[in-house]
Write a protein that binds this ligand. Sequence first.
Ligand SMILES: [Zn+2]
Length: 241
Amino acid sequence: MEFEVVTIKGLSSNAYLLIGEKMLLVDTLYSRDFNRIERLFCRRSINIEEIDFIFITHYHQDHTGNLARLKSLSGALVIAGEADAPFIEGTKEPPPFGDLSVMGKIAGKIPEPLLRKYNSFPGAKVDRPVSEGDVIEEMGLEVIALPGHTPGGAGLHDKEGARAFTGDIVSNIFGRAGMPVLAASYSLQEIIASQVKLALLGLDAVYPGHGRVIRPDASGKIGDMVKIKRLKYFQEMRSRI
Ligand SMILES: [Zn+2]
């Protein structure tokens, strides 16, 4: 299914507006980035009410900051990974970042209030909680479960276009595929498994939550990164035995 992708650059994170027969917004930036969203809509002569779907890749506030506001302005249907839905809705406290045994030394030094700031945003109801393989038929997109950075992290796969919207599971801050911020993640093992999944999808372009689009041969680039990271991970695990 044909659609145009418009990047909305926030202070540190990205949102993507997919414009086809229907309109879908991937993530909503920090709440203080609202004017950037407004400006983009104004420039393109689009009304916020025209958004049909808002897809949230994961519950962190640099992706959910404007969710409640945009949902109430547009009436859009909110879609997100089912395991992150209670955190997005604000009905459950997010899990601590404690499962990163390999990175435990670093995670242990992050003060609790700093960790908590990742969940301070106005909650909003997730209308359609999704899991691996679910299809958003109106956009021709398939859901990919990408846990690791958060338990219910999810992406959208456009098979026809060999591209995917992946939230924070891969970054591209230094001009190449990189890891998510581990101090704000919960499972290194799951991060690596999710990255392997992306490496096997034959993607040409990956639209990350932070940094520039990874392309061409996004899957190849992610695969190369995973090989290095897995090696480091196994070396560290072995040194603990
Ligand atoms: Zn994040």
